[in-house]
Design a protein around this ligand. Structure first.
Ligand SMILES: C[S@@+](CC[C@H](N)C(=O)[O-])C[C@H]1O[C@@H](n2cnc3c(N)ncnc32)[C@H](O)[C@@H]1O
Length: 245
């Protein structure tokens, strides 16, 4: 698992500082109000009359940010992440919030399933998948998990004309839609020399056109989206997809 070291290390460091999420929250209740959950919550009623009895899968759930919020709304939820520490924290967060979610340690690019769900969520996982094969697997898994009328929510980085705030950091290098990073030698990574630095591919930063093409190849279509700008950084694509008929 090429990504394992990076994510596992990050969660171990967060846990040591009593943080309960990827972006450094300290109170599980804050997760329910997270901006991603607000974006999901705003749009969900357009697609579902009621959430009771509906099912969802959160791919790359981390400490459960979206899974927990969906469970609170009434969805039956499974959350997958490759980091054991993240899944441990997700289970603790579920207890604190008194919700039930089935959290599992798993590499989502390798899931084979016959289960079908109403909603599949990607909250900032897809841009972590920096190899074409893994991204193809992500879309295959998402497609296979969806019921015929099911929805896939994507929250992912989009290239912007001015990403200087991000690219001014001297440990990052950007080339051909890949954001490379330096990192500790002990990580098992796909090390490369890019612009004179020893780096590994860290994030896949797509464009709406490229993403639309990726999605089309996977038998999916975008039914609604917007791109949220971020100051001097990538935009964020927030979109809803369905199976192409
Ligand atoms: C930016 S974090 C977002 C976490 C969570 N979705 C959230 O919004 O708080 C990306 C997550 O994807 C997970 N991840 C990366 N590659 C994965 C893979 N192949 N299988 C499962 N999880 C993966 C990481 O461990 C990390 O928790």
């Amino acid at each position: 698992m090429k990504y394992y070291d990076m994510h596992e290390d990050a969660y171990q460091q967060l846990k040591a500082k009593d943080k309960i999420s990827w972006d450094g929250q300290t109170d599980p209740k804050e997760l329910l109000n997270h901006e991603i959950n607000q974006a999901i919550g705003k749009k969900l009623p357009d697609f579902f009359q009621s959430f009771e009895g509906k099912s969802a899968v959160d791919l790359g759930t981390g400490t459960g940010t979206c899974a927990l919020s969906l469970a609170k709304l009434g969805f039956g939820v499974r959350g997958f992440d490759l980091s054991e520490t993240a899944i441990g924290l997700a289970r603790k967060n579920a207890k604190a919030l008194e919700v039930e979610v089935n959290f599992e340690v798993s590499d989502i690019t390798k899931i084979i399933t016959k289960d079908k769900v109403d909603l599949v969520v990607d909250s900032s996982l897809l841009h972590c998948l920096v190899h074409r094969e893994d991204r193809n697997n992500f879309f295959r898994v998402a497609h296979d998990l969806l019921k015929d009328e099911g929805l896939l929510f994507l929250h992912t980085m989009i290239e912007a004309s001015d990403m200087s705030e991000m690219l001014d950091r001297d440990y990052l290098v950007y080339e051909n839609h890949i954001l490379y990073s330096t990192g500790p030698d002990r990580w098992e990574m796909d090390w490369q020399e890019v612009q004179g630095k020893r780096v590994f591919p860290h994030r896949w930063i797509t464009t709406v056109d490229l993403l639309t093409e990726e999605v089309r190849r996977a038998g999916l279509k975008i039914v609604d989206f917007k791109v949220e700008p971020q100051e001097r950084s990538t935009g964020i694509f927030c979109g809803w997809l369905k199976k192409a008929s």
